[in-house]
Write a protein that binds this ligand. Structure first.
Ligand code: ZN
Length: 253
């Protein structure tokens, strides 16, 4: 949608606004986050939140971008376009290095994740743990539940991304395009209804189900995720169930 505000500006005022936004953005394009050289690059000013989505036609809602980035953006909302652009960069780099699709592992790596072992102990039917490596020495404590039928023991904990890993054994596949929908959904502040599932292996918390949901949250800037942790699961059974569920609920990510 055209901007009344922008079309009311003289050429000089438009240039001045471009410079102002360019300074606010530390001379970087809002979408690709690469340098903009105002002498050499063609630029655009665009609404961050589109007018169609109730964005304001005012300076606070403008950003400057490379014209080419703006023309090839993957979403009308520049915040989403920026996230999708970042994801494309991760995808391309993994594809060129390994000729595989990027997975949650690669998103975690780019967002400060997968750094530390999970330190915990089991006392009775309680799990005790801390996140000491990131300076949080508090002892957290949470009940352990036993599943009536499978007898699997699980608990629900909030985990900083630094402690999350991707489970390549149970979930070897990469991220697909469905993550774009999830990013848009979570950006509307709709909640994550199904928790990601994790297991502990070699003292690492590995997400084996819900990598798209976890990835979308992390791409949107989430630093901690609530996950359901299986304590000492039967891997064959988990793999079998996970595969079955993915076939039967293929649209649920
Ligand atoms: Zn750009």
């Amino acid at each position: 949608m055209a901007s009344k505000y922008l079309s009311s500006l003289s050429k000089d005022d438009y240039l001045e606004l471009t410079k102002k936004l360019w300074n606010i953005q530390n001379h970087k394009c809002f979408i690709c986050e690469e340098e903009i050289d105002l002498d050499l690059n063609t630029t655009n000013i665009d609404h961050i939140v589109p007018l169609a989505n109730k964005g304001k036609d005012a300076e606070v809602n403008f950003a400057v971008t490379h014209e080419s980035c703006n023309k090839s953006k993957q979403d009308a909302n520049l915040k989403i376009a920026k996230i999708l652009q970042k994801l494309s960069k991760i995808q391309k780099s993994i594809q060129s290095k390994t000729s595989k699709s990027a997975s949650l592992k690669d998103i975690l790596k780019s967002y400060n994740g997968s750094k530390y072992e999970f330190k915990y102990k089991i006392e009775g039917m309680e799990l005790k743990y801390s996140f000491s490596d990131i300076g949080d020495n508090k002892t957290y404590q949470t009940p352990i539940y036993t599943d009536n039928l499978s007898k699997e023991q699980t608990c629900f904990i909030e985990v900083p991304v630094e402690y999350l890993y991707h489970d390549e054994i149970i979930n070897p596949r990469g991220i697909n395009n469905s993550i774009g929908k999830l990013i848009k959904e979570f950006d509307k502040q709709n909640p994550q209804l199904h928790l990601s599932l994790a297991r502990i292996e070699d003292d690492r918390l590995k997400i084996f189900d819900g990598q798209h949901k976890a990835g979308a949250q992390i791409l949107l800037g989430t630093k901690k995720l609530v996950v359901r942790v299986f304590l000492e699961p039967n891997i064959d059974r988990l793999t079998e169930t996970n595969t079955m569920l993915e076939y039967s609920t293929a649209n649920c990510f």
